[in-house]
Design a protein around this ligand. Structure first.
Ligand code: AGP
Length: 588
C-alpha cells in the first residue's frame, strides 16, 4: 500500500504535497517522490527513504500550479529511486502516482513493448503511465477511461498530462481515494487526513475525477459526469503530533487509558437492539495481524459468555477457504484502518454468502466500515505508529463489550464498569521495562509462552517485538514447548512466560521449568505472584495489578508493548516506521 496526494492551487503546491505525504506516510515509507507541473514543464523529484530527504532535494518549480506526491510500500520492484513514484510514460507525456496492484501488468507491459512503449522500471504501476501515453487522445478523460479499462487489480492513481492545462486526473478502484475542494485549492488523496478542514468527497470504485483550479468534476465508470455528495468532515484529533513523546508508539501506548474510557462511554451510548434481533448460530471473527489476535480473544468471549460456537480466522485465509458461511453466520471483521485489503475482501465474500456483517474499526469513513450492517468504532483515536498498541487494546475491549451487550443489560453495564475501571488501573500502571529490554535486546531469538488467552497475548507480544526489533520471536502454547521447540532452547535463550489465569499457573510453570532445565532464561509476567521459592527461577518478574479476568489480556499486553518499544530503541531503530512494513496493508 502507498499514499498518494494531488493538488491544484495557485501557489505553494509543494507545501500541500509535503504536508499530505507526512500524513499518509503510515501507508508506506520505502521511497517518496513529487511531480510539479507549470504549464507544459514537468519536474519530477524522488528518493529512496523518508520525506525529509525529498524536501531537501526538491526545488519548487516556478509557476507550478499542479503537483502530486507518492510515498511507497514496494509491492513490485525493489526499493530504489528508479522504482519510486512519480513514474512517467514516454517523453513524460503522462506522469502518474499509484496505490494498489495492477495484476495484469506483465501482459500489459509486454503488449506495450510491442507498441514501442518501453518499461524503464520494475513496477506494475508503470503500465498505467505507458497506457495513458500510448493513445494520447485529445481529451484526457478519454485517455483515462481507455487506460483504466485495460487494468485488472486495484488502483487509486493520479495522473497529469504534459500538454494539458493546469489540472490533474484521478481514478479509483479497490484502493481508497478522496477528493477535496474549497474554491481555492482542490486536492485528491489516499486519506482525508491530508486535506484542510472541511467536508470532502469519497470516490467509489470505477469513478474518476478531473481536478482543476478550484474545481473538481466527477465521472462515473462510463465517463458521464456525476454529482456525488460530500462526506461530513470529522475533526482530526491532534493525534497527528507526538505531543512531546519521542515516538508515536510510546504516546499511543500511554493513550490506552483514555482510549478505553472513550470506548466504554461510546458503547454505553450505543443502541444494540437491532443487533440483538439478529439470529445466528455461529460466529466468525476475521482480521489480520494484531486485529486477528483480538479476534482470537473475541472468540473466547463468545464461547465463554454466550456459549456460542465462535472461531477466529485470518482474513487472508478466510477469503480463499471453504468456510461454511450462510445467513445464520455472524461475521465480525476487525480492522484498525478499515482499509486492509485482505479483510475487505473477506467481508465481500461473507456478504456474498449472506452472512450478517459486523465491523469493529477505528476509521468510520473506511471502506470496511461501508460494508458493515453493524459498525462499532473502537474509539482509539488516530494510531500513527505501524505497531498497533492502543487500537489492539480497544479491539479486545470492544469485543468484550459487544459480547456483554448481547448477553444482557446487567452483564453489559457491568462490563462497561469493568472497562472504565481498567482505564483507571492503567493510568497508574506504566512500568519501566528498560532493564528487561537491556537483558534481551541483543538476542537473536525469543520465545513467548502462555495458556488460553495468555497464549493469545503471547502471540501479540511476539508480533509486537519482532515487527519493531527484527528479532526472531515466536509464541506457542506453554504445553507445546516439549513437542519440538525445546530443541531450539540454548543457554540463556529468553523464554517470556505470561500467566494470568490462576487455574493453570502450575501447568504453565511446569512448561517454563522444562525450558529452564535446558538452559533457558525465564521472564515472568503474572497476575498471581509466584511462590517465594519459585522467584529465583526468573531473571525478571512482573506482577500485574488487580483486574477482572476477561480484561487481563489487555493488562498483560501493555508491558509487552513497552518492552518491544524499549528493545527497538536500544537497537537504534525507529519503532514508528519499522523496515518493510506499513500501517495499513491495502494490497493483497
Ligand atoms: C500490528 O502491530 C501490525 N502493524 C499489523 O499486524 C496490523 O495489525 C494488521 O496489518 C491489521 O491492520 P488493520 O487492523 O488496520 O486491519
Amino acid at each position: 500500500m502507498c499514499g498518494i496526494v494531488g493538488v491544484v492551487c495557485k501557489e505553494n503546491c509543494c507545501d500541500y504535497i509535503f504536508k499530505g505525504l507526512r500524513r499518509v506516510q503510515y501507508r508506506g515509507y520505502d521511497s517518496v517522490g513529487i511531480c510539479q507541473k507549470a504549464g507544459e514543464s514537468i519536474q519530477i523529484d524522488k528518493t529512496k527513504g523518508l520525506i525529509d530527504k525529498l524536501i531537501e532535494k526538491t526545488k519548487p518549480l516556478k509557476g507550478a500550479q499542479v503537483a502530486m506526491g507518492h510515498t511507497r510500500w514496494a509491492t513490485h520492484g525493489e526499493v530504489n529511486e528508479e522504482n519510486a513514484h512519480p513514474i512517467a510514460g514516454k517523453n513524460q507525456q503522462w506522469v502518474i502516482v499509484h496505490n494498489g496492484i495492477i495484476e495484469n501488468y506483465s501482459s500489459l507491459i509486454s503488449q506495450l513493448q510491442k507498441e514501442g512503449e518501453i518499461a524503464k522500471t520494475q513496477t506494475d504501476s508503470e503500465a498505467i503511465a505507458l497506457l495513458l501515453s500510448l493513445n494520447n487522445f485529445e481529451d484526457p478523460i478519454k485517455n483515462m477511461l481507455w487506460a483504466k479499462r485495460q487494468l485488472k487489480g486495484s488502483y487509486a492513481f493520479c495522473a497529469v498530462k504534459k500538454q494539458d492545462k493546469n489540472c490533474l486526473y484521478a481514478a479509483k478502484y479497490k484502493s481508497p481515494l478522496y477528493a477535496y475542494c474549497n474554491g481555492e485549492i482542490a486536492m485528491v488523496a489516499s486519506d482525508p487526513i491530508c486535506f484542510p478542514q472541511g467536508d470532502y468527497y469519497k470516490l467509489e470504485d470505477g469513478q474518476m475525477c478531473k481536478v482543476s483550479d478550484g474545481k473538481i468534476v466527477f465521472y462515473d465508470n462510463d465517463g458521464n459526469i456525476i454529482y456525488p455528495s460530500k462526506q461530513k468532515y470529522k475533526k482530526i484529533s491532534s493525534d497527528c503530533d507526538k505531543d512531546g513523546y519521542q515516538h508515536y508508539m510510546l504516546k499511543e501506548i500511554y493513550q490506552t487509558p483514555e482510549a478505553l474510557a472513550r470506548l466504554a462511554k461510546n458503547f454505553l451510548n450505543t443502541n444494540f437492539d437491532k443487533l440483538k434481533k439478529v439470529k445466528f448460530n455461529k460466529v466468525k471473527l476475521i482480521g489480520c495481524g494484531s486485529a486477528y489476535h483480538s479476534c482470537l480473544i473475541g472468540a473466547e468471549y463468545f464461547k465463554k459468555y454466550l456459549k456460542t460456537d465462535a472461531e477466529a480466522a485470518y482474513a487472508s485465509e478466510f477469503r480463499y477457504s471453504s468456510e461454511i458461511i450462510n445467513s445464520k453466520t455472524l461475521c465480525i471483521f476487525v480492522s484498525q484502518s478499515g482499509e486492509t485489503a485482505d479483510t475487505i475482501a473477506a467481508a465481500e465474500k461473507a456478504i456474498k454468502k449472506h452472512a450478517k456483517i459486523v465491523v469493529l474499526t477505528n476509521v468510520l469513513h473506511s471502506t470496511l466500515a461501508s460494508l458493515g450492517q453493524f459498525v462499532f468504532p473502537i474509539s482509539a483515536g488516530s494510531e500513527i505508529a505501524v505497531a498497533s498498541t492502543k487500537a489492539y487494546s480497544c479491539q479486545v475491549a470492544g469485543l468484550y463489550l459487544l459480547v456483554m451487550a448481547l448477553k444482557g443489560e446487567r452483564s453489559f453495564y457491568q462490563s462497561v464498569r469493568n472497562v472504565a475501571q481498567l482505564s483507571k488501573t492503567l493510568e497508574k500502571f506504566f512500568i519501566n521495562m528498560s532493564d528487561f529490554a537491556q537483558d534481551i535486546y541483543q538476542k537473536n531469538k525469543i520465545y513467548f509462552i502462555g495458556k488460553g488467552c495468555d497464549y493469545i497475548t503471547a502471540l501479540e507480544a511476539a508480533l509486537k517485538l519482532k515487527e519493531i526489533s527484527y528479532i526472531n520471536c515466536w509464541a506457542m502454547p506453554a504445553g507445546e514447548l516439549k513437542h519440538g521447540t525445546l530443541s531450539l532452547i540454548e543457554r540463556n535463550t529468553p523464554v517470556i512466560v505470561i500467566s494470568t489465569n490462576k487455574s493453570v499457573d502450575d501447568k504453565v510453570m511446569n512448561s517454563a521449568l522444562e525450558a529452564k532445565s535446558r538452559g533457558a532464561k525465564l521472564y515472568l509476567i503474572s497476575y498471581n505472584p509466584p511462590q517465594e521459592n519459585q522467584l529465583e527461577n526468573f531473571a525478571f518478574c512482573l506482577s500485574l495489578p488487580k483486574c477482572c479476568q476477561p480484561l487481563k489480556s489487555i493488562l498483560a499486553i501493555i508491558p509487552m508493548q513497552l518492552l518491544s518499544y524499549n528493545v527497538s530503541i536500544l537497537k537504534g531503530l525507529n519503532p514508528d516506521m519499522p523496515r518493510n512494513l506499513a500501517k495499513s496493508v491495502t494490497v493483497e
